[in-house]
Structure formats: C-alpha cells, structure tokens
Design a protein around this ligand. Structure first.
Ligand code: NAP
Length: 260
C-alpha cells in the first residue's frame, strides 16, 4: 500500500473540538474531511459551526456539529453521543478547544484563581472529558487516534503560567494514555504548535502581525512560523495509518521555534 492510501481516512469518523474559528481546529476538520473522514465539529459558537459544516459539505465532505462548552462534562458526553448517533462510529479525536487566559507580564496576575479555573476547565478538563467518554468508541475498530493540541509554551518558557501548566500537563498525559490505551487499539499523540496566526494570537480588532508574528518568523530556524495548514498536515498524518506505529509522542510544528 502506498503512502497516499495510508493517509486515506475514508470510512473513519473524526470529532474535532475548537472547530468554530479560523484556527487550528477548523483547519484540522477541513483537512480530515478532505482525507475522507466524516467530521463532527464541537465548540460554543453554533452559527460558526453551522457555516463550517456547510463549507465542508460544499467541498464534497460530510460533517455534523454540536454546540458544546468543553469545560462542562455532561455537554462533552452529549457531544460524543451525538457524534455516534450521527455517524455510527468514532475513530479520531482532535482536541483543539483552548484559550490562552489573561495575558499579563505582572507576576501578581499569574495566580488569578478565576483565570486558572477557566483555563484548566477548557484546556485540560475539556481534553480529559472527551477522552473519558470517547475512548471506548475509538477502540472499537482498532484504528483509534487521539490528538490533543499542546503548545510550544510547554516546551519552552513562553505564554502565561496557567496556560503553560495545562499544555505541559497534556505533554505528560500523552505517553501515559498511549501506554494504557495502546492495547485497546488507540494511539495517542499530540502536536505542539509554535506561534500561529489565529484568533487566539491575532484577535479581531488587533493586529499583532508586526509586533508578534513577524519577529517570531525572523527568529525561527526555518525563518517561518507554522501555519494552520502545517498543523492540519501533521494532524492528518497522526490520525492515519501512515503513523500506525507511532504513539506517545508530541510533535512540535513550529519551524524550529522551540529550539531557540
Ligand atoms: P482559536 O482560533 O482561538 O480557537 C480556539 C477554539 O476553541 C475556538 O473554536 C473556540 O470556539 C474553542 N473554545 C474555546 N473555549 C471553548 C469552550 N469552553 N468550549 C468549547 N470550545 C471552546 O485558537 P487556535 O490558535 O486555533 O487554538 C487551538 C488550540 O491550539 C488551542 O488549544 C491553543 O492553545 C493551541 N495553540 C495555539 C497556538 C497559536 O499560536 N495560535 C500555539 C500553540 C497552541 P468557541 O469560542 O466557539 O467556543
């Protein structure tokens, strides 16, 4: 079987959290659908999800969605049930929903309890909830692949403390889960993106191109920052049989940014 056939996800079903923006989750959903998977999109903004589903259908793919706050355990369980109801199986979970939390370089702000609760609720519990309720379905056909989205923040000292703590926790959850879910037919690998131009780092009403993105690009060993498409390519690879013997790993998708 050639590499292209191994990357083919026809017949598989992928659930993607954080798929409502122009960011990594939406890019992954589009790419997974392009590779043949049926995709189930999850995030809070329902109107955006509807539009993403329509765009995937227009491009010849198949998609469905459920509005869900990933920090709410019951809503996550309901989303898994809705995915199984819509498509009859679940093989791949890309857990991309995330927030960066309050940005401040003031040490006192590093310990804002409300901020920690919100960031942990979404970035960490939001991942745990989906694995808790989704892993059994992912094991059913022996081709399960769970892909949490960590961050360069976990590989170097970057980003806010609560954010970094959650992304570092994902880094250690990956090998732990890979060890225990491997025998169930599930691989677990993360990607750790570098700085990417999304709503998170370049929100509407701001323009961080000159202050944030260009300087990062100039410093990175490959003289470029990663793009949404770079992440999507790595995610399709990790979701597919092309990576069938890889588990427990975190792949930095960052143009080498974490090396500096
Ligand atoms: P983004 O465009 O802001 O996307 C974040 C997504 O998460 C949105 O779809 C948002 O949708 C969803 N989300 C946030 N809170 C949620 C909640 N409570 N329940 C459900 N969905 C929720 O940011 P992004 O850059 O694509 O980020 C995706 C992931 O990549 C995050 O985990 C982030 O930490 C990670 N990452 C990003 C970068 C970067 O430079 N951009 C670098 C490294 C890692 P709703 O608002 O509709 O809920």
């Amino acid at each position: 079987m050639g590499l292209c056939e191994k990357l083919d996800l026809s017949g598989r079903v992928a659930l993607v959290t954080g798929a409502s923006s122009r960011g990594i989750g939406a890019g992954a959903a589009e790419a997974l659908a392009g590779a043949g998977a049926k995709v189930f999109l999850v995030a809070r903004r329902e109107e955006n999800l509807k539009q993403k589903v329509a765009a995937i259908a227009e491009a010849g793919g198949e998609a469905a969605y459920m509005a869900c706050d990933v920090s709410d355990e019951n809503q996550c369980k309901a989303a898994i049930d809705a995915c199984l109801e819509a498509f009859g199986r679940l093989d791949i979970m890309v857990l991309s929903a995330g927030i960066c939390g309050m940005f401040s370089e003031d040490v006192e702000d590093f310990f804002d309890t409300e901020d920690w609760e919100e960031v942990l609720g979404i970035n960490l519990y939001g991942v745990m909830h989906f694995i808790k309720y989704g892993y059994e379905a992912c094991s059913e056909h022996g081709v399960g692949s769970i892909i949490p989205i960590s961050s360069m923040a976990a590989l170097k000292v970057d980003g806010m403390l609560a954010y970094t703590a959650t992304k570092g926790a994902l880094l250690r959850m990956v090998p732990y889960l890979a060890k225990h879910l491997g025998p169930e037919g599930i691989r677990v690998n993360a990607i750790a993106p570098g700085l990417i131009d999304t709503e998170m780092t370049n929100p509407p009403g701001f323009d961080t191109t000159e202050t944030l993105h260009k300087p990062a690009m100039e410093k990175a060993p490959l003289r470029r920052c990663a793009s949404i498409e770079d992440c999507a390519d790595a995610i399709v690879f990790l979701a597919s049989d092309a990576s069938r013997c890889i588990t427990g790993q975190t792949i930095a998708v960052d143009g080498g940014e974490a090396l500096i």
